[in-house]
Design a protein around this ligand. Structure first.
Ligand SMILES: Cc1ncc(COP(=O)(O)O)c(C=O)c1O
Ligand SMILES: Nc1ccccc1C(=O)C[C@H](N)C(=O)O
Length: 416
């Protein structure tokens, strides 16, 4: 039997009653109906590109056809009166994201990519750090864009800051008197390992080091408490767990205490206190809005705005509990077969150390993932040997996860 045939009926694979019982008790089960997931696919890649929700599809149509097509320029200038406040979109979206990351609405700026916001955050952090601190500390295995942006900024600043890369687990030991800021991604994109944001932020603060958190794999996956942790800066993606769509605008968090001191590296007119005054000199808008650079990306901001409504009635503790239950279940269903199938779990088993994904090492990970995807089980391969499965508590059922675990097992058994 080929693996394709073995997996042909994955979507309809019978699910044991105890798994169905988990779905029957799932307080978020009704959320799945909000999403337009393709037939015949089990999609475990919401940590790369979140799924399309119905309200996003409808909103994008409305913004395109009515707000743009019919009202044209009026949607900028007459917007508020007609409920089409394009100019206020970044702030409206910021307020929705703020709730998910434990921040105040005026501490969040929305727009640009995560990479660009990482640049803004690092420049702001280095700008408020005491001048004698000359090291920018980061995880040696950080996501590439974080490393590249840090390298680029360090070069731009003529090497005034040394980029020091250490293993994530050793960051605490490197928070010395020469360190200005530390850039960390909370959830490792390969392994799904989650750093203790509160503990590290507290430790950094005690050492006089500013924190810059990349929440790409955190925001919308579980509650983040930036204010409570005393975190300084953070960035994150709009298109992963927030489901804002491909290339969705990203966010930047700047703690209030830094607003009036932190330099705005990309000081554009849309972060000006009064853009249409067309003044010669930059005067920052109040709060984090000053970090918005150019014209709001209306189509993609509208999509993200609509996508975020899926979270409006969601208790984030419930979201976290379901995420952990899903990842626990997936790990548990595959555990007995791991040794036989050369799968090595690289995601931590401890709840406090886990994001919302499960990753395994496998010697033929690239080929295995290609087969899984061809069979309708979509996860990711990440170099050099990682199989990665993103579990999203808003739209996954325990039945999906059961079938996915069976699918992985079937493919690997057929190869063995
Ligand atoms: C940790 C992390 N940071 C940043 C990014 C992406 O940044 P950008 O949206 O600028 O491509 C990703 C994924 O693409 C990521 O996983
Ligand atoms: N933005 C993308 C564009 C194309 C393909 C993947 C991405 C991802 O986001 C990858 C993700 N950051 C990851 O953790 O692997």
């Amino acid at each position: 039997m080929t693996t394709q045939t073995a997996l042909a009926d994955l979507q309809t694979l019978p699910v044991p009653p105890e798994v169905l019982a988990l779905d029957a008790r799932d307080p978020l089960a009704h959320k799945r109906g909000d999403f337009l997931l393709p037939e015949g696919v089990i999609y475990l890649d919401g940590n790369s590109l979140g799924a399309l929700s119905r309200r996003v599809a409808a909103r994008v149509r409305g913004v395109t056809e009515q707000e743009w097509g019919e009202a044209l320029i009026g949607s900028w200038t007459l917007g508020a009166a007609q409920g089409r406040d394009w100019m206020a979109l970044p702030d409206r979206v910021a307020a929705k994201i703020a709730r998910l990351i434990g921040a105040q609405p005026d501490e969040v700026a929305v727009g640009d990519s995560t990479s660009v916001n990482t640049f803004k955050a690092l420049a702001a952090a280095l700008g408020v750090a005491p001048p004698e601190r000359r090291v920018l500390l980061t995880d040696a295995d950080n996501f590439p864009t974080d490393l590249y942006v840090a390298q680029g900024l360090s070069a731009l600043l003529d090497g005034r800051f040394e980029l020091r890369r250490v293993p994530a687990g050793e960051v605490g030991a490197h928070l010395g008197a020469d360190v200005a800021a530390v850039l960390l991604t909370q959830v490792d994109y390969r392994t799904g390992r989650c750093l203790d944001l509160a503990a590290i932020s507290a430790q950094a603060r005690a050492a006089g080091v500013l924190t810059v958190w990349d929440l790409a794999h955190s925001a919308g996956a579980f509650p983040v408490e930036l204010n409570a942790a005393g975190a300084d800066f953070a960035v994150g993606c709009g298109y992963k767990y927030l489901n804002g769509g491909p290339g969705a605008p990203a966010f930047l968090y700047v703690a209030r205490r830094h607003h009036d001191r932190a330099p705005v590296a990309l000081s554009g007119w849309m972060g000006h206190a009064d853009p249409f005054e067309m003044a010669r000199d930059y005067v920052p808008a109040p709060g984090a809005r000053r970090f918005v650079t150019g014209t709001p990306m209306v189509l993609s901001l509208s999509a993200l705005d609509a996508a975020l409504d899926a979270f409006a009635d969601v208790d984030l503790q419930v979201l976290r509990a379901k995420s952990l239950a899903l990842t626990d279940a997936f790990i548990g269903w595959l555990d007995p077969a791991c040794a036989r199938l050369s799968l090595e779990l690289v995601t931590p088993r401890g709840h406090h150390e886990r994001g919302s994904q499960v990753s395994y090492r496998h010697p033929q990970a690239r080929e295995v993932m290609a087969e899984l995807i061809a069979a309708g089980l979509v996860g990711d391969f990440r170099t050099p040997d990682i199989l990665r499965f993103g579990l999203t508590p808003l739209y996954h059922s325990f039945a999906d996860v059961y079938r996915a675990a069976r699918g992985v097992q079937t493919i690997l058994e057929a190869r063995a």
